[in-house]
Write a protein that binds this ligand. Structure first.
Ligand SMILES: [Zn+2]
Length: 488
């Protein structure tokens, strides 16, 4: 028997956790966090507690109650008996949190499958992120003690001693491989971060397509088209498709963003600050080109430097290397705020920065607020919400502007943040934010076209608040319910 059970992504955008069972083979498609469910109970300073392991997540229905799935170190700590692994693999579609964040909670012996580029982003998230639950490609043994080497007393096992690599399958696109009784072919798709993957899954009851998140209007349109072509050649018994924008018309393309932003920024006489999604390398590439077009330098964060280095190591030259002449990296002011000061010893300055950041402190293209303050019209500064306070040091001069290249706010919290951004812009006379964005998701007409090309027998819409839209248009669309098992 082949079945699908949806534990997340049901009538909501994100939180995908889909269990595919083919007799004894059990695979999860994504294991992400639901922002809407999380936002119901938690906020920035009210978070699930690590001491309570998975319980806070399960009580608030963020994680399903399943056996043989979760980390044994957590279960042991809670006093639960040893469990046997019940899942063969978890296939990750891409490295957005609503698809991948809860890998943290998985047992250390469950293989996680991902593309090379997804791996590069996951590594960056784990290394440069600051959250509590950020074990993605590693599993850090928690709640364990050992006798002290000195012989008296105990100490917590932590750091490198506690860290183990998870069993990962970092695959190549287009190559078929098997997991138990199923075979899988991963296809690259265009999305708002690199490495997004759709999976064709050959089960004993027919072929399933899981699209993950995808679009046709970035720089990788052909990749998504190739995936659709491949699926159209199969008899698809189940199409699990995202439908974030199924009720929306075709909007901006990445190329539109490039052209419009270049035009606008060429009229600005002062500093341009820009916010875009941190790991959206298509957008980074866009603003890199905007910088070229407008004779400015694009100033990025140290996190970007780390991420770009991961991608340079892949050797495909798709994104600019960190020594690109159009790029600079911003040394922000941390604890003691010693950026741009030479009256303190080097090692004191370094202590303000994480270990992974220190190597970026001394590069020729590392700059600080003083460099920008003196030559504002030469820079296009990446400035996200959490860096708005750097504007106090930079003091944007008259004629400076702020470009907002992210999606519109869709929750109360985001609306509050947005109001705060507006206050900062007003404070520094930056005027209205200039909005220019292209979505990470396919539009309604594009999804309709894909479905008509693939001709699936059954459609399971996920990652959408508009399932009914599918139901009204396709008699083979199933309006799914959370936790219900659907037989293929
Ligand atoms: Zn996504």
């Amino acid at each position: 028997m082949v079945s699908l059970t949806f534990y997340g992504g049901v009538n909501e955008i994100g939180g995908n956790k889909i269990l595919l069972e083919d007799d004894d083979t059990k695979i999860f498609l994504d294991f992400g966090m639901s922002f809407s469910q999380s936002g119901k109970y938690f906020s920035e300073f009210l978070q699930p507690r690590k001491c309570n392991c998975i319980i806070d997540f399960q009580v608030t229905d963020l994680l399903p109650s399943l056996e043989g799935v979760y980390r044994q170190d957590y279960l042991n700590y809670l006093g639960y008996p040893e469990e046997e692994r019940s899942i063969d693999s978890v296939l990750i579609s891409h490295a957005h949190m609503d698809h991948a964040a809860y890998i943290h909670h998985l047992r250390k012996d469950i293989p996680i499958h991902m593309s090379l580029k997804t791996h590069a982003i996951m590594k960056t998230l784990e290394e440069t992120g600051s959250g509590t639950f950020k074990d993605l490609i590693h599993h850090t043994e928690t709640f364990k003690v050992r006798p002290k080497k000195s012989g008296t007393g105990y100490t917590k096992i932590k750091g490198e001693d506690a860290k183990n690599k998870r069993p990962l399958k970092v695959f190549e696109y287009g190559k078929k491989y098997s997991i138990g009784s199923v075979e899988v072919v991963p296809y690259e798709v265009d999305h708002s971060l690199p490495g997004a993957t759709a999976y064709l899954i050959y089960t004993t009851e027919g072929t399933i397509l899981y699209t993950g998140d995808f679009r046709f209007h970035g720089y990788k349109t052909e990749a998504t088209e190739r995936m659709v072509e491949a699926a159209a050649e199969e008899d698809i018994v189940a199409l699990i498709t995202e439908g974030t924008r199924v009720d929306e018309k075709t909007g901006n393309t990445e190329k539109n963003v490039l052209e419009t932003a270049s035009k606008f920024i060429s009229t600005v006489s002062g500093l341009v600050a820009v916010n875009f999604p941190a790991r959206d390398l298509a957008r980074l590439k866009t603003f890199h080109r905007v910088a070229q077009n407008t004779g400015r330098k694009l100033v990025l964060s140290f996190k970007h430097a780390y991420l770009l280095e991961q991608f340079s190591a892949l050797g495909d030259g798709e994104y600019p290397p960190i020594n690109d002449s159009q790029l600079c990296f911003y040394q922000d002011r941390k604890g003691w705020g010693l950026a741009g000061r030479d009256d303190y010893p080097q090692n004191i300055i370094e202590q303000d920065y994480y270990k992974w950041e220190r190597e970026y402190l001394y590069r020729d293209n590392t700059i600080n607020f003083k460099d920008i303050r003196e030559n504002q019209e030469h820079y296009l500064l990446y400035c996200n919400y959490f860096q708005l306070n750097e504007l106090v040091d930079i003091m944007p001069k008259h004629g400076s502007r702020y470009v907002r290249s992210v999606c519109e706010p869709f929750s109360d919290e985001m609306l509050f943040d947005e109001r705060r951004v507006r206050n900062w812009l007003e404070l520094f006379g930056l005027g209205e934010a200039y909005q220019i964005h292209a979505s990470g998701h396919a539009s309604g007409p594009e999804i309709m076209k894909m479905i008509s090309e693939i001709q699936p027998r059954v459609i399971y819409p996920v990652h959408t608040e508009s399932s009914a839209f599918f139901g009204e248009r396709f008699k083979q669309a199933k309006i799914i319910e959370k936790g219900v098992q659907y037989t293929i």
